[in-house]
Design a protein around this ligand. Structure first.
Ligand code: F3S
Length: 428
């Protein structure tokens, strides 16, 4: 079926707004055909995931758009990039990779994107509002924007995202439409002790489990505490988006489109009801680890998604507790935190930064361990508090991974081996 075009769509297709805009709208029109959308719609904010350096083709595409006069027409933030732009040498990144990464960054900034370089844009700058139509890339950010903020976006993959940002147009379909945001399966938390739900690791573990249960459906969670923090929901979103491509979930009494069960399911019955009990969470936790207790540790990775200021504060408290007992970072362990310039600027205005760097924490900004070649091939065992990092590390970094909460990560970094004494609800 032909896609209905607006006057501005026709102008863009007719090259009246330049070659880059014509390329972008043509790609979007093709996407409309593939998705079965019959018309296009406006979006008012973009977030670009394609600014990572996955291939020379991606670099060529960005540079070609920029050279052809491509400019974003809506406020557009950038996801993490391929490089810590200021300190890449310190992290062992090679000159050739860095040169390409810097060219890629320049192309996107030249197109008018805001150089936020973070995968947690919702915690720093230009947070979308409820009901706002946006075009975002980056799976955790998409899930957070849809679920926690109630903004509306489909999962815009690499290079479609910049096309949407240049034109301000997307196919009218999917999660942009209210009728497609209806909950489909009900996940009931049953007999989970409040102490379990207070542990930050709970949210990553639950997210991992939800992703594996959702199977393409929109899940609705019943039984979450009413006041999870932004960081806890960030962890849930990242894990669910990784294990199950979840782009939207509802949580009764927590997320804005789910004040009641009836609202979450648009007045209809769930297609399926699944109970989640402690053993299910323990199984999910165990699925996130390929390295067991007592294994020698090489690297701790925190900040996936990017660390917030409050997470830096929590980490400082944990490290202070160790150093006050005369403990220090084990000499065989590297401790890396990935974050954004925005959170780091706040960190610099606190007295936490000295505590972290004195302990040996290396903070890398603008990028992440999966997108910049900073993890040495000798790294055999990684520990993380992130469901997303734990999910991808074995395949992407070729290392065994141990999942644990932040306190476990700090304790293990001190001991030099994986120990999860702090996870008091672990199976034992
Ligand atoms: Fe962000 Fe990289 Fe994790 S993009 S969510 S730190 S995998």
């Amino acid at each position: 079926m032909a896609v209905k075009l607006s006057k501005s769509d026709k102008q863009m297709l007719g090259c009246q707004q330049g070659k880059a805009t014509r390329t972008a709208i043509r790609i979007l029109m093709r996407m409309a055909e593939v998705t079965g959308a019959t018309e296009m719609m406006d979006v008012s904010q973009g977030h670009i995931d394609g600014c990572g350096l996955l291939s020379d083709a991606g670099l060529e595409f960005a540079e070609t758009l920029a050279a052809n006069g491509g400019k974003v027409s809506i406020p557009t933030t950038l996801n993490m990039g391929p490089l810590d732009l200021q300190n890449w040498k310190q992290f062992g990144v090679g000159e050739e990779f860095a040169a390409k990464a810097i060219r890629q960054a320049k192309a996107y900034v030249d197109m008018g994107c805001i150089p936020t370089w973070t995968c947690a844009p919702y915690q720093g700058y230009l947070t979308p509002r409820f009901g706002q139509q946006i075009a975002w890339g980056e799976s955790n950010a998409i899930c957070y924007a849809n679920s926690v903020l109630g903004a509306r976006t489909n999962r815009y993959g690499d290079y479609i995202d910049i096309c949407a940002a240049i034109t301000g147009r997307v196919p009218k379909c999917g999660l942009h439409l209210k009728q497609n945001r209806k909950g489909q399966i009900l996940l009931r938390l049953l007999d989970i002790a409040p102490s379990v739900m207070r542990d930050n690791a709970f949210y990553a573990i639950l997210g991992h489990l939800i992703g594996s249960l959702a199977r393409g459906k929109i899940p609705v969670i019943e039984g979450l505490p009413p006041d999870p923090t932004s960081d806890q929901l960030k962890a849930l979103c990242a894990a669910a988006a990784s294990s199950g491509s979840v782009a939207l979930f509802h949580a009764i009494g927590v997320t804005p489109e789910a004040n009641t069960l009836e609202e979450a399911f648009h007045g209809e019955d769930p297609e399926q009801v699944i109970g989640i009990r402690l053993p299910d969470l323990l199984k999910s936790m165990s699925d996130l680890s390929t390295a067991g207790e007592g294994v020698a540790l090489d690297l701790v990775i925190l900040g996936c998604p990017h660390f917030s200021f409050d997470e830096f504060r929590q980490l400082t408290v944990l490290i202070r507790a160790e150093t006050e007992q005369g403990k220090s970072l084990h000499p065989d362990v590297k401790f890396v935190v990935t974050s954004s310039q925005t959170s780091y600027a706040l960190l610099q205005r606190s007295d936490f930064l000295d505590v972290l760097t004195d302990f040996g924490v290396e903070i890398t900004l603008d990028t992440c361990v999966f997108h910049t070649p900073m993890v040495s091939p000798e790294t055999k065992v990684i520990m993380t508090n992130s469901g997303k990092c734990a999910y991808y590390a074995p395949g992407e970094l070729g290392a065994a991974v141990a999942f644990g909460n932040m306190a476990d990560c700090v304790r293990s970094a001190v001991e030099g081996y994986v120990c999860r004494k702090e996870m008091f609800w672990k199976e034992s």
